[in-house]
Design a binder for this molecule. Structure first.
Ligand code: 5AD
Ligand code: SF4
Length: 494
């Protein structure tokens, strides 16, 4: 090649389109982002190319996501970089590069990761060039890192939630250096934009609007592993949404641990979450807007009004209850009561009657009695959730609740079974309310069990299966909802 691109002279918009094979990597890396990461992508590309020439085959990478929508979006960023540097993506963990994007919100997620690492070690023995990487929330815990160093020496790369944007640089180091590379940051105020992303679905995408959480619910590890709240600027968010729309995306999901406190760190003059929603609504091509997650204590009347008047914001609100007992809510540091939650749910239902409410419930929080569980059941019956994700309380080291007196397992089980039965019964009746109606469905994929069916979602997030083929994927079609089967519908194209 006769001339090289010097990344120090390239603007961020241009970066996305540059030919990485023409980047000058014989100079020092730029010391500013995201140019620096593109420099390391170019370096990695050379390594991948050499290695695949040596092996006489392409190199395969596999990324596995645990946990929430935020992690799913982060994994799309990892995949974007892996693709850009020349890996082919595979679903098989018997690959040349495997990365687990971990979750630590409950202990069983951690146990699953440790269990699967044993299997990866087996693959690595067969393929010594294989690299194993771990990232995400679980890596922000000291005890996890100590355990990995001691008992899992075959892991090549470990990084956390705050330096995900440095993945290209860390990937390069993983190939260029020997031994386990561990790079964990305590916190950051930095948000790096404009890195490559490989979306799982061409027609829908998550969009981060804020990172971190300041709420410190007493059971929750998220504020410790994701750090303090940081909001992206409205300009950056809207630029991303416009680019997504131009790329064929019809549905965006605005993501944050607590979207209702969007912009609050920036002070009075910044945009509020409802104002941001109004701006996203104006983006042509975007037909559906979702968001996750709302904390009940911060859900404003302004948000309800904006949702009510909107043509694009989906008729769905995920509003984690956690417990229906005011005493437990207080110990959880949730800062609302049973009564104020009920009043909020009632107000939302009054203003937006066709909305679906879903929730999260924790059973077995320290001190929870059978009577507290009855309060939760009472709220479920009164609110009539369309769905509720019910979790057994998991003790997380370092959180205030870990030091409180724990509930005996038998009582947790009893309360859990009662609450789950109530959720299933009320949701079945609730979801059914649209039976016989014809409503728009965004088709997402071929049905996993029966390929003569396609699967999509209503605006209110309920899943619908109906006869159709792959040509419908990504389209919004009118479907008659013939039969409700618990949490989903069987329908037919209208
Ligand atoms: N134990 C059980 N469930 C938890 N969640 C958060 N922390 C814990 C924990 N320690 C649940 C909450 C939250 C959801 C994402 O995970 O219900 O809303
Ligand atoms: Fe955890 Fe509470 Fe923050 Fe949600 S709002 S991430 S439950 S601390």
């Amino acid at each position: 090649m006769d001339f090289y691109i010097d990344l120090k002279n390239i603007g961020t918009e241009e970066l996305k389109h540059i030919d990485l094979d023409r980047v000058n990597v014989s100079c020092n890396p730029p010391d500013f982002e995201p140019q620096r990461q593109y420099y390391f992508m170019a370096k990695c590309r050379q390594i991948v190319k050499l290695e695949s020439e040596r092996l006489g085959r392409p190199l395969y990478a596999c990324s596995v996501t645990f946990g929430c929508q935020m992690n799913a979006r982060d994994s799309e960023k990892l995949s974007g970089i892996l693709k850009k540097v020349g890996f082919l993506e595979t679903g098989s963990e018997d690959a040349d590069f495997v990365i687990y994007n971990t979750c630590t919100v409950r202990d069983n997620a951690n146990q699953r990761v440790f269990g699967r690492l044993g299997v990866l070690n087996g693959y690595k023995k067969k393929n010594p060039g294989m690299k194993v990487a771990l990232c995400g929330c679980m890596m922000q815990e000291d005890l996890v890192i100590q355990k990995l160093r001691k008992s899992y020496p075959f892991v090549d790369l470990i990084f956390g939630t705050h330096n995900l944007y440095k993945f290209a640089e860390l990937l390069y180091r993983c190939y260029a250096e020997k031994g386990m590379i561990v790079d964990i940051w305590e916190d950051t105020d930095k948000i790096v934009e404009d890195l490559p992303v490989e979306r799982k679905y061409p027609f829908k995408s998550g969009v981060n609007i804020m990172f971190g959480c300041n709420n410190f619910c007493s059971y929750c590890i998220v504020p410790y592993v994701r750090g303090r709240e940081r909001s992206r600027s409205p300009e950056e968010i809207l630029r991303e949404v416009k680019n997504l729309a131009a790329d064929g995306v019809k549905e965006v999901m605005l993501l944050g641990q607590n979207v209702n406190s969007y912009g609050k760190q920036q002070g009075e003059e910044s945009m509020t979450f409802p104002e941001l929603l109004k701006e996203v609504e104006k983006v042509e091509g975007i037909e559906r807007i979702r968001f996750m997650t709302s904390h009940p204590k911060d859900l404003s009347d302004e948000l309800i009004q904006v949702m009510k008047e909107s043509k694009k914001i989906c008729r769905h609100l995920h509003l984690p209850l956690q417990s229906g007992s005011t005493a437990i809510l207080e110990k959880m540091n949730r800062r609302y009561t049973k009564e104020s939650y009920l009043a909020l749910a009632e107000k939302i239902r009054r203003e937006i009657p066709d909305i679906s409410l879903t929730t999260d419930i924790i059973v077995g929080f320290p001190g929870e009695t059978a009577q507290d569980a009855e309060d939760t059941i009472d709220v479920i019956k009164r609110v009539q959730f369309d769905n509720a994700f019910t979790f057994v309380y998991s003790k997380r080291t370092g959180t205030p609740a870990a030091a409180m007196e724990q509930v005996p397992d038998t009582l947790v089980r009893e309360n859990f079974d009662k609450i789950l039965a109530c959720v299933q019964e009320t949701a079945r009746d609730r979801v059914k309310r649209f039976e016989g109606k014809t409503l728009p469905v965004l088709v997402e994929e071929l049905n996993e069990q029966d390929s003569s069916l396609v699967t999509g979602r209503l605006s209110n997030n309920t899943v619908v299966h109906f006869p159709g083929d792959a040509s419908l994927i990504g389209q919004i079609v009118d479907v008659t909802l013939e039969k409700c089967e618990g949490f989903y519908y069987i329908g037919s194209k209208a």
